[in-house]
Design a protein around this ligand. Sequence first.
Ligand code: MOS
Length: 748
Amino acid sequence: MSTSVIGAPIQRIDGSLKVTGTAKYALDNPLDNVAWGVPVASTVGNARIVNIDTAVSERMPGVLTIIHHGNTDQLFRPAGQLEQSSRAGEVRPPFEDDNVYYYGQYVALVVANTFEQAQDAAAKVKVDYDKHPNIVAIGDATPPQGPPRIHYARGKADDAFDGAAVKIDETYVLPVETHNPMEMHATIAKWEGDKVILYESSQGVVNHQHVLSEMLGIPLDQVQVLSPFCGSGFGGKLFPWPHSLLAAMGARRVHRPVKVQVSRALMFTAVGHRPLTQQRMRIGATQEGKLVSVQHDVLQPTSMVDTYVEACTGVTTMLYSCENLTANQTLIPMNIGTPTPMRGPGIVPGLYPLESAMDELAVKLNMDPLELRLKNYAEQDESFTPNRPFSSKHLRECYQIGAEKFGWSKRTPQVGSMKQGDEILGWGMATATWHAGRGSATVRVRLNADGTARATCATQDIGTGTYTIFAQVVSEKTGIPIDKIDVVLGDTSLPDGPTSGGSTVTATVLPAVAAATNGAIDRVIAAAQTMKTGLFKRAGAGDDPPKLAMSAGRIHIADQPPESGIPFQEVLAHHRLAALEAESRTAPDPATSHQFSAHSFGAQFVEVAWDPGIARLRVNRALTVIDAGRIINHRTGRNQILGAVVMGIGMAMFEETIYDPRNAKPLNNNFADYIVSTNADIPQLDCIFVEYPDLHLNEYGARGIGEIGLAGIASAVTMAVYHATGVRVRKLPVRIEELMAGQPMLTA
Ligand code: MOS
């Protein structure tokens, strides 16, 4: 059996469809007689709707219907939210009542023959509001009452902090960040009788199907969701948002398919964001740098209508060894839309204060920051009582390889000491981590009489390479070449598959693809054993039939080379079969999940260059070393890590959604003013995988890699900025003004 296909840097099997424009994203699906829905969004953050005047709009050309809270169909709240079995981005259905809780909330939907007609008419809908003051800053909010949403404690962190020889007590602020994938959210809804088909841009078609069934109040089998391609999501497309319901409701009204595209401006309001977090970190250590106390306290805004928790403190409880530790997280409702996971939720923002405070501690101790981390290395996961072993942890090796490759030993620790021409270099490093999860999946694999294979599953490929790894496993097991393997994903009519979230799809689907492929192979082998060919006959009359195997696309006697056998399609032809297929469902072993703590780890090394003469800050290079088990595809895997580092540079240097306190509007709700990393910002990036298969998670030893590349980058950048400039940035993103002033300008 050839195994070289696993791990190989194989090109995406869907790559040519994408680069030739053949791949059909949600709105690309050509449907006859399509109408357009354009939402009317609130222009206030906190209000009651007094009146909606649609008279002018209704008379405009092409307008088919206008829906709002006064004439809406009844929609429901998602039942799955109660049991956490399915989840909507926003629990409140659109047009539920006359309350407005955030700027950009949908207050009406105009459906017209063309996009332009709908947009024009939407602009003429007149909404009168009874306005109330907006809360968009922590300072304006009522201080939270009651116990924190998250509370964790071990040992006596208070006392240990009081008695610590060296202390850090700082507050760090991460701003609201907005997901800005290339493909904006979009839905085409089409009713066929009492069944609705939704062409979506989704990270989870199965969850989407459940939520829409619950919120529309129709049975599950009357909802089909398709998302074969997704122009990325970063977490923003994990759960259905209200526009999908608007499309479904609009299409039902006008008896035509309806397209709803979320505009770039509305991408900043009604489809989630990473919430702001204000995080106080108190660390106490001995003179030798051993942690004696860690206290992590988080204030996190959420919306008025939901209780989304960005769980920042979990990472603090497990990353370093420390006996005394407390963590608390409190929510503050505000007049902004409901937050949602964004690449590396909880852990990425939680690591920023932890890794930054560790660097501040290293400076205070006059100790190398890498040495400080090694001194406090967690051999076990101390967040559990009793401590739990890690399923596989090779973080020490990540630090070592990273330091060597980066040249860390050449670092001179004094601020501003590494000059290069007009520029001052700064170096920073940080730990990365992400939990390794695995869920259940069902996959069907079909071996066809024409020598091809087909694998199907209702998971989806959001740009990560999921199509390709399906083909790799089928190819590994059967020896059928990759280009003869068809993979069909992103359709709820296929066998049940997982949401593309939490970096779990690879670990989840590999065992199911393998099992289904084995099942299909077994059926072909059984069919071969009944063939009256001289090849596979018993040695003697009473003997067992020879043990057969499949490799190189051929069925052959197990201990003989594939060339000695026959192509599998000859077996099918012999029996006049079109195909043989098998379906398998696999799930993690609950015993293992309680025995081990499964996480990926990594080390980030970053160099910045600060040119004080022209006030220019650039990231010069970044190196990421990742311990994520076995890498199934080195091309798409590397792409995941480098893409995440690009996002991390944006997080450190540019990204911030700013709200206008007058009307709660995100002021920079466009690509000109919301800055993300572009080519000119991205230097030489490199990524190295230390590959230790994590066989506790699955038989391939693969953990997920979609998110970990982002973890730690922002703190490594701000450490490097401190090293170059002496300015300790504790509120992201780094501002040139602060570097010019030579001091931070922290405002919470
Ligand atoms: Mo990720 S934030 O689970 O898409």
